[in-house]
Design a protein. Structure first.
Length: 273
């Protein structure tokens, strides 16, 4: 299988690293997709390394086809459940997949997920690990693992609780229902709902715009927000001097300050350094 035919692959759009899910017809997550997803997340760590001269300054996750994903190929669960060491193999699967989600979440650049249609189970959980979730008007989402006696285990429930609160997270998982993009926008799960017409390009443009910003400052923002959510506001306050003090050593800050003083606000151009 070549890079161009892999069910999950990387493309570049300028400063944006684009992760493409392409496993027709339904973009089901089977063993090959999970393997490719794990490989791609490792590549993203390398691509977003601040030491790289050609580093990606944002990541966009998108899918090809009519749906983002109809979920996980249940044959994978059947194979695990039928073995004598089912519990150990199940735990190993979730540990492996959680590492990929945590890797995506921990990247030092903004991450954007573009949902143009139905987004179920694993794909939805991956979207919740991204910094920004964009959805087309006709997109819908669901964690439907109850139909096979599971709970979502790629980080979905806990990341839903961060965004929407614990009661909404429990409701969404307990019911196994599909939720329209507009509802999840009201619940603060989806960041923005965009028109269906032109959605793929609008999502690309959004990612390009973020990638053109001060990359090191964006990394600082991610760390402060994550610290506040996971450990509380006082803990985030404690790391501000080190995290934000570092920004005074960046080319982007020095250039933007000079641009502001000379030309006024909004005219700075950032290099990500």
């Amino acid at each position: 299988m070549s890079e161009t035919t892999a069910p999950v692959r990387l493309e570049r759009d300028g400063d944006v690293a684009v992760v493409v899910l392409d496993n027709p017809p339904l973009n089901l997550f089977d063993q090959a997709v999970f393997d490719a997803w794990e490989r791609v997340t490792g590549q993203l760590v390398e691509l977003t390394d601040p030491a790289r001269p050609d580093r990606a300054r944002a990541v966009l996750v998108e899918a090809r086809g009519r749906v983002v994903s109809a979920g996980v190929d249940v044959h994978l669960f059947a194979e695990i459940a039928e073995g004598p060491d089912a519990v150990a193999r199940g735990g190993a699967l979730w540990a492996r997949l959680l590492r990929t989600v945590q890797t995506l979440e921990g990247l030092p650049v903004p991450t954007v997920f573009a949902a143009h249609g139905l987004t179920l189970t694993a794909a939805f959980e991956i979207s919740l690990a991204c910094d920004v979730l964009l959805a087309a008007e006709s997109a819908s989402f669901g964690l439907v693992e109850i139909v096979v006696g599971l709970t979502p285990s790629m980080g979905g429930p806990q990341r839903l609780a961060e965004r929407a609160g614990p009661a909404r997270a429990r409701e969404l998982v307990f019911t196994g229902e599909r939720y329209p993009a507009a509802v999840l926008e009201r619940w603060n799960v989806v960041n923005r709902v965009l028109p269906d017409d032109g959605f793929p390009e609008a999502a690309r443009e959004y990612a390009r715009r973020i990638a053109a910003g001060p990359t090191v400052a964006h990394a600082a923002t991610k760390r402060l927000v994550a610290t506040a959510v996971r450990h509380g506001v006082p803990a985030a306050d404690d790391v501000v001097p080190a995290v934000s003090g570092l920004l005074f050593g960046t080319e982007d800050l020095r250039g933007a300050v000079a641009s502001f003083l000379t030309d006024g606000p909004g005219r700075a151009r950032y290099t990500g350094r």
